[in-house]
Design a protein around this ligand. Structure first.
Ligand code: SF4
Length: 188
């Protein structure tokens, strides 16, 4: 999933400035008392009644393509991806990553929507865009769409859903799992 710095309403978007403050929380509400004002999705009056959020990937590839962006990879993730591809870690870094402002990123290649993640496979399944290293994908990809800034308000979640058709579909991802995904990778 590439992270574009200019289009904060897309899955591959990371705003360069801090997201705007959420709309005024109902801080006096009992349902808000235990989860903090930012966890709107934990409230009993949230769409899934505080049980979690719906998400089921459709393999459209939108989150792995678009304007120039980045997919940050840690040293451990480079090592895991290198092993998967039968490369040395250094060879993987040299062939598949580049240094960007925020760190080391997977490279991108030109694609039908601008740029694709270098591992996005549009050939394997007709009409689908599949991650070619899915089981070893970096945390930035593994945790989408449960990033801090997409979860910040109902509006940011809805905005993410305009480019990610998997949002608000499928089974409910339980609240505890949403929190684990949100907190496991320091996405803005
Ligand atoms: S449904 Fe969402 S997560 Fe799945 S490929 Fe499309 S944009 Fe990415």
């Amino acid at each position: 999933m590439s992270a574009d710095q200019t289009q904060p309403d897309t899955p591959h978007a990371v705003p360069t400035a801090p997201p705007t403050a959420p709309t005024a929380p109902h801080s006096h509400s009992d349902t808000n008392a235990y989860h903090g004002p930012l966890e709107w999705f934990a409230r009993v009056d949230a769409p899934e009644h505080g049980q979690g959020l719906r998400f089921a990937c459709t393999s459209c590839g939108n989150c792995c393509s678009g304007p120039p962006g980045y997919v940050l990879v840690s040293d451990a993730e480079c090592h895991a991806l290198a092993r998967r591809l039968g490369l040395t870690t250094q060879a993987f870094i040299d062939q598949h990553t580049q240094v960007v402002e925020r760190g080391r990123s997977l490279k991108e290649v030109p694609g039908p929507r601008g740029f694709d993640c270098i591992f996005l496979d549009r050939q394997r399944v007709s009409g689908k865009a599949i991650c070619g290293v899915y089981e070893s994908r970096p945390g930035q990809c593994r945790t989408w769409p449960f990033w801090g800034h997409t979860l910040r308000t109902p509006e940011t979640w809805a905005a993410a859903g305009r480019s990610c058709p998997g949002i608000n579909t499928g089974a409910i991802v339980p609240l505890h799992q949403v929190r684990v995904l949100r907190d496991s990778v320091p996405m803005p």
